[in-house]
Design a protein around this ligand. Structure first.
Ligand code: ISL
Length: 569
């Protein structure tokens, strides 16, 4: 579709290529593997496929550390295979979105190799180089130019012996931050983006795009109790030139091109900032990934999670629905390659596995915004049962564990943190069937396959009306069929108990009522007086349960993780 806001009725599917499908037996997923699985995506009915990074990379952060933006990493394939994949997706009516990782490069990118080669290299200023603090010896504690902590533990600065200065890396030491203050950096990035669009891609998911403008004075951040390093977030996120850069990118790259979709990944973004990013009049991006709901269960840190109170998740999502109702647009997601599996984290992957996976999907897909399905979510894939540190692969997890252990945390507590929150839960291979390697590879998989693939897998779910997969299919079809799903307003409805998330979607005379029990206990529904009367002529459009109640009856009991959607169309 070429309507300017076609993406409002679209569903995006995220592929993490390393874990999707291996075609050559090296144990790592690849482009030909994706090509071989396009039937799955077409059957599900998604409109857009976003590929996590496949560019040439030393793979220090699984491809989020890029050493050549205009080539494919040999582990994934070749440019010719990429073109084949892109054409095959287009032939099936699907669009292809690339991951754009331009807050940082790999330290092996030629730009950085040049930049670090000497202080007077012309590319020195393409990255953030600073001397040690106040003439301190570079190895002395606190000699880093700022006290900022890296996202992946330890300081955000690395000393370079040869040139005698530190460089900034908000993520891994192999991910130096680009200096967007330098207009040559920006021009090089825009040129690369145009090259991909000319090649046929349909848009970008922009990695940590709210970090590209830093406060030029690089002030120290507050040090929380018990922490060694400071929190520089206020100075490296949402910086003074952020929206200038976004608008410049739009002018230089997107103006005059149709049918694209752009989504900014923006950790820590507020509703007000999200409006600035996504107000169409400002010409920045179509939507952003906000992080409020995936931070709710963080305790003193990500790896010390807390249990959510009933209603907390719904309250947060409601705030964003209301916050972007008039200006901007939401992206809707519960999982991605950085988050634990949603059914394990927000649902119940034991007794109520199918019921809670479908309840969460109902809640998400029927909100206003563009839904994102992360590979395996449509099968109800769960967290991995990894019990030892040797089973984990992710740099964030390994660093957090090492820091925990070196600071005296009991090993069992450190492992418990990973068991709940590691990014690796999202990265175990997609479970295609019940064969020993789940149909993912004929070789030895780069990360363990979840043993529950004997029970949770695609082959067991296709065409089974009660499966998680078929339920996702119906939800996706509803967005395509009913304009009220894509374009209706969102009105929260009070259903009595805080564990029940109920809302209406309204578009002209078309109305939907979504009622979801986000708990494993039965609750009575108690709508406000008059509400039930308004819905007495409704039809039951979809449910994950056996109920056949034609309309939401007052006092009706909603079973554990029961979801029901009523329509008056
Ligand atoms: O998962 C996180 C750590 O707890 C997030 O803070 C994550 O690092 C943040 O959302 C940024 O993520 C993106 O950029 C990272 C990369 O490691 C992630 O995979 C990517 O999604 C650096 O490129």
């Amino acid at each position: 579709s070429t309507a300017p806001d076609w993406w409002k009725s679209a569903v995006v599917y995220q592929v993490y290529p390393r874990s999707f499908q291996d075609s050559d037996g090296d144990g790592i997923g690849d482009l030909r593997g994706i090509l071989n699985r396009l039937d799955h995506l077409e059957r599900l009915g998604v409109d857009v496929v976003w590929l996590s990074p496949i560019y040439r990379s030393p793979q220090a952060d699984n491809g989020y550390d890029i050493s050549d933006y205009q080539d494919i990493d040999p582990v994934f394939g070749t440019l010719a295979e990429f073109d084949e994949l892109c054409a095959a997706m287009h032939a099936r009516g699907m669009k292809l979105v690339m991951d754009l990782v331009v807050n940082h490069t790999s330290d092996e990118h030629p730009w950085f190799v040049e930049s670090r080669s000497s202080r007077d290299n012309p590319k020195r200023d393409w990255y953030w180089w600073r001397p040690a603090r106040d003439g301190m010896a570079p190895g002395a504690p606190g000699a880093e130019p700022t006290n900022w902590e890296s996202f992946f533990s330890g300081p955000a600065w690395q000393f370079d012996e040869a040139s005698g200065e530190f460089y900034l890396h908000l993520f891994d030491v192999k991910q130096p931050d680009l200096n967007w203050e330098n207009s040559e950096v920006r021009a090089a990035v825009y040129e690369m983006m145009r090259w991909w669009l000319d090649r046929g891609v349909d848009g970008f998911r922009m990695d940590v795009i709210n970090l590209i403008s830093k406060h030029p004075e690089l002030p120290d951040g507050p040090v929380r109790e018990g922490r060694r390093y400071g929190d520089g977030f206020a100075y490296y996120a949402g910086g003074p030139r952020l929206h200038e850069f976004m608008q410049e990118m739009h002018r230089e790259v997107f103006d005059g091109r149709d049918g694209l979709i752009t989504v900014g990944e923006t950790p820590g973004v507020t509703v007000e900032e999200a409006q600035l990013f996504t107000d169409p009049a400002r010409r920045e991006v179509d939507m952003v990934f906000q992080f409020e709901h995936v931070g709710l269960d963080h305790g003193v840190s990500k790896f010390r999670p807390r249990v959510l109170a009933p209603g907390e998740l719904a309250a947060s999502l409601t705030r964003w629905q209301e916050g972007l109702a008039e200006i901007g647009w939401n992206s809707l997601y519960l999982s991605n390659h950085d988050q634990a599996r949603s059914v394990s984290r927000f649902g119940d992957d034991g007794d109520f596995w199918r019921q809670s996976a479908t309840a969460l999907a109902t809640m998400l897909h029927l909100q206003r915004g563009t839904p994102y399905v992360y590979q395996g979510e449509e099968l109800g894939m769960t967290n991995a049962p990894f019990a030892t540190i040797e089973e984990y692969r992710d740099v964030e997890s390994l660093n957090a564990y090492a820091e925990d252990v070196s600071s005296g945390t009991a090993m069992a507590d450190a492992i418990a943190g990973l068991r709940a929150m590691s990014r690796d839960h999202a990265r175990t291979p997609v479970q295609w069937n019940d064969s020993p390697n789940a149909g993912f590879t004929t070789g030895s998989p780069w990360i363990g396959i979840n043993p529950n693939h004997d029970r949770i897998n695609a082959a067991a779910q296709y065409d089974h009306p009660d499966s998680v997969f078929e339920y996702y299919r119906r939800l996706i079809a509803l967005r395509h069929e009913l304009p009220v799903v894509a374009h209706g307003s969102f009105e929260r409805a009070d259903a009595g108990h805080p564990a029940i998330f109920a809302f209406e979607r309204l578009l002209g005379a078309d109305r939907l009522l979504v009622v979801v029990n986000l708990s494993g206990a039965e609750h009575a529904v108690a709508f406000a007086p008059g509400f039930t009367e308004r819905w007495h002529d409704a039809e039951l459009l979809l449910t994950n349960s056996v109920t056949d109640a034609p309309a939401p009856a007052p006092g009706a009991l909603l079973g554990p993780w029961e979801a029901a959607v009523y329509a008056s169309l």
